[in-house]
Design a protein around this ligand. Structure first.
Ligand code: BTN
Length: 246
C-alpha cells in the first residue's frame, strides 16, 4: 500500500493542502501519507474559491505523492487517476458518478467532490504532488448553493462512518495510483474519458469568444479538452479557457 500507508490527523487546520506544503518543507514525509482534518478554516478550491465543509461531516484530505516517473508534460494523469479513485469509492454506494472536466466529481448535475492538485516541478521532474480532496459525505445543508453541492447523505438518506470511508477511499485511490506506476496510463485515460460529464452530448459552453453549442469528444494527455462545434470544427481548450453552462 502506498496511499494511506501513513495517516496524520489534525483536529482543525486552515487547509490540509497548505499544511502539507509546510510539513513537506520541514520533514521527510513518506509517499502516500494522508494528512486529514475534521475542519478547515480556510479550505481552498481552484481559482481562489473557498471549500465549504461543516465540522466532522466530510472527508478533507491531502495526499503526498512523489510521481517522479511521470513527465511534467503528462502530469494531468495524476488528477485523472485521483478522479477515478474517487468514482470507484462513490460507486460502492451509488449507481454512477461523472467527472466534470478537469476534475470535479459530479452526481447527476451536482458536485460531490473537488480536487486541488498542487505540484512542485523542478527542471524536468515532478518533485512532489499534493492531491487535496474534499469529499462530501454526511453534510445535509450547504451555504454555497451556487456551487450546486451534494453529499452521499443527501443522495442516499444514510449516514456514513468517516474513518471507514477514509480507509476505503485510500484503498481505492491506491489501486488507481498503482495503475499509473505500472504504466497503465492508457487505461486510466480511457476510463477517465468514458466517465466525463456531458461526454458526446450537445451543450452550451462559454469560451473566450462567447457562448457556443458543442460536444466533448475527448481530453488530450496534456489535459486539454477537445470540443466539436455544430459546424464540425474541433477546438482544444485549456482549463479556464472554457466554462460549462450548467
Ligand atoms: C475545487 O473544487 O475547487 C477543489 C476543492 C478542493 C478542496 C480540498 S479539501 C482538502 C484540501 N485542502 C484544501 O484546502 N483544499 C482541498
Amino acid at each position: 500500500m502506498i496511499i494511506g500507508s501513513n495517516l496524520l490527523f489534525f483536529e482543525t487546520l486552515p487547509s490540509t493542502n497548505t499544511h502539507t506544503v509546510s510539513l513537506l518543507k520541514k520533514n521527510n514525509l513518506q509517499e502516500g501519507t494522508i494528512v486529514y482534518t475534521n475542519y478547515q478554516s480556510e479550505g481552498r478550491g481552484y481559482s481562489g474559491n473557498k471549500w465549504e465543509s461543516e465540522v466532522d461531516k466530510n472527508l478533507l484530505i491531502s495526499i503526498v505523492l512523489f510521481p517522479s516517473f511521470i513527465n511534467p508534460s503528462d502530469q494531468f494523469f495524476i488528477p485523472m487517476a485521483i478522479s477515478l479513485g474517487i468514482c470507484d469509492f462513490l460507486m460502492r454506494f451509488i449507481p454512477d458518478c461523472h467527472i466534470k472536466w478537469p476534475n470535479d466529481i459530479y452526481v447527476n448535475n451536482d458536485k460531490i467532490a473537488g480536487i486541488l492538485i498542487e505540484s512542485s516541478v523542478i527542471g524536468n521532474k515532478i518533485e512532489s504532488t499534493i492531491a487535496g480532496i474534499g469529499l462530501n459525505i454526511n453534510q445535509e445543508k450547504f451555504k454555497s448553493y451556487a456551487l450546486n453541492p451534494v453529499s452521499l447523505r443527501l443522495l442516499t438518506g444514510m449516514s456514513y462512518d468517516l474513518p471507514a470511508c477514509l480507509n476505503q477511499l485510500g484503498t481505492d485511490l491506491d489501486k488507481r495510483y498503482k495503475q499509473l506506476i505500472a504504466g497503465n496510463s492508457g487505461q486510466i485515460k480511457n476510463e477517465y474519458v468514458s466517465k466525463l460529464y456531458r461526454l458526446n452530448e450537445w451543450f452550451e459552453f462559454r469560451g473566450i469568444k462567447g457562448v457556443f453549442t458543442g460536444r466533448i469528444l475527448t481530453v488530450g494527455d496534456s489535459g486539454r479538452i477537445k470540443i466539436e462545434m455544430k459546424n464540425g470544427e474541433i477546438s482544444e481548450y485549456a482549463f479556464k479557457e472554457i466554462e460549462f453552462i450548467l
